[in-house]
Design a protein around this ligand. Structure first.
Ligand SMILES: Cc1cc2nc3c(=O)[nH]c(=O)nc-3n(C[C@H](O)[C@H](O)[C@H](O)COP(=O)(O)OP(=O)(O)OC[C@H]3O[C@@H](n4cnc5c(N)ncnc54)[C@H](O)[C@@H]3O)c2cc1C
Length: 402
């Protein structure tokens, strides 16, 4: 049976899909909106398996979507949390220089902070000790506009708000394809079709598969799953970390390096690393999808990426198997951390788009066809930016409906 008469159907009940429904119903409370989600609940993938950091936007090129959406999205997220009594903590974060080579990178980040209007100031190692007494380093850049929240909780509250606005959530229903016609689009699912005027594809790790295949994106980009593994710090050692502690990131990668963060629940997590996933939802080395591996090997972008970055890839794999290496990297930030203080915690998998030229797409990527909007690259800081991504997509859909 085909469900009909929707203005917009959204594929994916992660935070971006939910925020999109929120943006659309904010702009037009009468819009008939449905969300189709393959899992039995919302936020089961990236949105429920992340670091929970409200990012400042310091890292991103001024003028990029990431820079703009992070600043606006963080402000909207804080308002949303206030309005719905969701706990958050704008604890700020030091980005710590551990060696001399980090200093020019820290200076470049400081310039970025100015360009992106992020509040940040340099700390000497003495000043750093006042903020995070157990952290060692040559100095730091302290970013005031950063904090922590539980994005899974935000997603559940969004779900409640959307239901109260009359948005239909169809859970446990997998989308297998999209059929765009001249007057409508049919979202084909394993339990019948859902017809609407427009579709928004917020399928995260699977978004490229639903976006027209080779014709539209496969030639241009492909989502590559990068697993981020976490360790939890023993309760007795939690006092070693007061808030967020980050290393200076390698500018060649969009990942921020293994860091330490005290979540809103008081637990301290270390991670995430970035290893190639052997399945789209490959949360461990045991999760292997042969079709995915075959496609990865055939994809020109993947081969180019591997040629360019194989050394980093090998290092990440070795660290994934060796708690000793993880310990060593953490000790650069907090020397008192010991391997025996670390317990493996659930991993997350990033949906990172890679171009045919083997570039990791740096910015958010949103593409349009006549009746569809596809969110093709929304990795970190996608959760922080989600409400702004949703508002932007609502604007794109409204223009087409006008
Ligand atoms: C390890 C890690 C750490 C991160 N840390 C941070 C952070 O600290 N701060 C931050 O801002 N961001 C962070 N991020 C990024 C953030 O989590 C993502 O940007 C955000 O959650 C993306 O949301 P989404 O809705 O696009 O994707 P998802 O949450 O993955 O949702 C996509 C949804 O689509 C559904 N779906 C997929 N295919 C289909 C289909 N065929 N039919 C029906 N449903 C389908 C999936 O089941 C899923 O529920 C992190 C991500 C990871 C993995």
């Amino acid at each position: 049976m085909t469900l009909q008469n929707f203005d917009v159907v959204i594929v994916g009940g992660g935070i971006v899909g939910l925020a999109t429904a929120y943006g659309i119903t904010d702009a037009d409370p009468d819009a008939r909106v449905a969300i189709v989600e393959k899992e039995g609940g919302v936020a089961r993938h990236q949105s429920g398996r992340n670091s929970g950091v409200l990012h400042s936007g310091i890292y991103y090129r001024p003028g990029s979507r990431k820079a703009e959406f992070t600043a606006l999205g963080r402000a909207s997220m804080l308002q949303f949390c206030e309005a719905h009594e969701i706990p958050y903590d704008m604890c700020g974060k030091p980005i710590v220089a551990s060696e001399l080579a980090d200093i020019p990178r820290l200076e470049a980040l400081e310039a970025r902070a100015r360009g992106n209007k992020v509040r940040a100031r340099r700390l000497t190692s003495g000043q750093m000790a006042e903020v995070e007494p157990s952290v060692h380093g040559l100095g730091a850049l302290h970013v005031a506009d950063a904090g922590v929240v539980d994005f899974a909780q935000v997603s559940r509250v969004l779900e409640d708000v959307l239901r109260s606005r009359g948005v239909e959530l169809h859970l446990g229903r997998a989308v297998t394809g999209l059929k765009e016609g001249s007057a409508s689009v049919v979202v084909v699912t394993d339990a019948g079709g859902v017809e609407a005027s427009f579709v928004v594809n917020c399928a995260g790790l699977h978004a490229d598969r639903l976006s027209g295949g080779p014709k539209m994106t496969q030639q241009r980009l492909r989502i590559i799953p990068f697993r981020g593994e976490f360790f939890e710090l023993a309760e007795a050692k939690r006092s070693l970390v007061r808030g967020l502690v980050y290393p200076v990131p390698d500018p060649a990668f969009p990942f921020l390096g293994v860091h330490l963060n005290r979540g809103i629940d008081g637990r301290v997590m270390a991670g995430p690393n970035a290893v190639l996933g052997l399945a789209r939802e490959g949360y461990s080395w045991r999760a292997v999808e042969w079709r995915e591996i075959g496609e990865l090997l055939r994809y020109r972008g993947m081969r180019r990426l591997a040629r360019r970055h194989w050394r980093t890839g090998v290092r990440e794999v070795l660290r994934s198997f060796s708690t000793r290496r993880f310990e060593r990297d953490l000790q650069r930030l907090v020397p008192e951390i010991r391997r025996t203080d670390l317990t493996r915690a659930p991993a997350g998998v990033r949906a990172q788009a890679v171009s045919r030229d083997g570039e990791l797409l740096d910015d958010f990527e949103i593409a349009e066809t006549a009746r569809a909007v596809h969110v093709l690259n929304a990795p970190s800081p996608g959760a922080t930016a989600s409400l702004e991504i949703g508002r932007t997509i609502a604007g794109m859909v409204a223009k087409r409906r006008a």
